[in-house]
Design a protein around this ligand. Structure first.
Ligand code: ASP
Length: 448
């Protein structure tokens, strides 16, 4: 039994859903289907989830929301009409939206209920469409499927008791179409995963039913060695380990949600990234272990939007608890850190700068000065993180040298290096404006 998950671009309109239908039809093992909300049909289109967030925001602020509601309904009705699916699906979606708007609870709970409409409607439409193709298919709500999650709106985590219930889905007849992106708390509240979280649902279902394979259908033929918008026609990756994929997707490889690997990884279920627009391409396989190859680096990921805080204090190495106190300030201020390289008298903390307002910066810096009596504290914004990733890194001599000379060739200053904490990656921090030059040069060094 396989789990096939189709991302936003695969369910964006009727043309794409017809391809999805063909893919499901072509392999009877594809019994479990997980879907995203309709994604972008063209580059400046708006994703359904973003449309729903706009609708929810307007509704909750007491602003006029009727236009937003019509836009959402129109997108669904267009798909339903083009697929020639029964009108009753449209009526059901309309009722679902009204119930979501009327949900009781905190604004976050309400917003989650509204956001989930995208995936929920996609699943209803697809199962009705599969029926028109003569495939026995049914829509399964995540509550019925047994997806029980923590009550953290917009950031749910799966609870372990879910998996036994999910296993029993194997007994059901026909193809089961399950909406991605959300589950229910123990108290029965609808809660969504973080953005892009339909991948997580797919992985949870795959782990729960102990699938032979988790296929993740997207709009690229494979995972590439570097971001194809930076390097033209980069090499494809045929096989990756879970650890490698986790590191790559953390730092900008957006083909797969970085949290989605864990459930599949625990059950050792192979994950295959495939293209809905070219299902014959073999895709990229993610497995627990792979044979050693002569290439020690499999990919180079990069992401911007980081901030680094640097502190120095003479004899820091002799001050018991310094690191903990520093990180405590981050904890108190609600900032999670990503890396914390340190030296004898210095320590840097790297974190995402999306929520680090000027006000927050002031508080953090003042607290560090007052509570830790440091010699220097400084903040650098616009940092990009580059991860050179590969299982072979630990046993290969000279990788760091090769990487640093690639930075030198590109005339890029390395602000930070973190090697050794992770066995499969090497992290470099640079100025975000240098990212393209650095990636191009690293690609030449490792792949050409
Ligand atoms: N529709 C959700 C989002 O846009 C989840 C997903 O597509 O995976 O974040």
């Amino acid at each position: 039994m396989k789990v096939a998950k189709f991302g936003g671009s695969s369910v964006a309109n009727a043309t794409q859903l017809i391809k999805v239908g063909n893919i499901i039809k072509s392999d009877p093992n594809r019994k479990f289907v997980v879907v995203s909300a309709p994604g972008k049909r063209f580059s400046d289109d708006i994703k359904m989830t973003d449309m729903l967030i706009e609708l929810g925001t307007a509704y909750m602020n007491g602003a006029t929301y009727e236009e937003n509601l019509i836009a959402v309904l129109n997108r669904f009705s267009e798909i339903i009409e083009d697929l020639k699916v029964d009108d009753s699906v449209y009526t059901e979606i309309e009722t679902d939206i009204k119930s979501a708007l009327a949900v009781e609870g905190s604004p976050e709970n309400k917003m989650d209920a509204i956001k989930a409409i995208g995936e929920n409607s996609s699943a209803k439409i697809l199962s009705a469409y599969l029926n028109t193709l003569g495939i026995e298919a049914s829509y399964v709500n995540p509550k019925e499927a047994g997806i029980i999650v923590s009550d953290e709106p917009g950031n749910a985590r799966i609870l372990p008791e879910s998996f036994d219930k999910i296993y029993t889905l194997r007994e059901k007849e026909g193809v089961l179409v399950i909406p991605g992106f959300f589950g229910y708390s123990k108290e029965g509240k609808l809660v969504t995963f973080s953005r892009g979280g339909s991948d997580i649902t797919g992985s949870i279902i795959a782990a729960g039913i102990k699938a032979e394979m988790y296929e993740n259908f997207t709009d690229v033929d494979s995972v590439y060695t570097v971001n194809p918008t930076i390097v033209k026609n980069p090499k494809e990756i045929t096989t990756l380990t879970y650890k490698e994929m986790r590191e790559l997707s953390y730092a900008g490889f957006s083909v797969f949600h970085d949290e989605a690997l864990i459930p599949a990884f625990r059950e050792k279920i192979p994950v295959c990234i495939k293209n809905t627009n070219n299902p014959e391409a073999r895709g990229t396989l993610i497995v627990a272990e792979k044979e050693a190859s002569e290439k020690c680096v499999v990919g180079i990921a990069s992401d911007t939007g980081f901030c680094s805080l640097y502190v120095s204090k003479y004899l820091m190495n002799r001050e018991i608890g310094f690191g903990r106190k520093l990180l405590n300030i981050f904890e108190d201020e609600g900032i999670s850190f990503e890396h914390a390289p340190s030296g004898i008298d210095d320590m840097s903390v790297i974190f995402r700068d999306s929520k680090f307002t000027a006000e927050k910066e002031n508080t953090v810096v003042n607290r560090i000065k007052e509570e830790l009596h440091v010699d220097t504290v400084s903040i650098h914004r616009d940092i990009a993180v580059i991860m050179v990733v590969g299982e072979g890194l630990v046993n290969t001599i000279g990788v760091a040298g090769k990487a640093t000379s690639a930075f030198e060739k590109a005339n890029v200053n390395i602000e930070m290096i973190n090697q050794g904490s992770s066995e499969v990656s090497m992290m470099f921090g640079i100025q975000a404006s240098d990212i393209n030059d650095a990636i191009q040069s690293l690609y030449t060094a490792f792949f050409e």
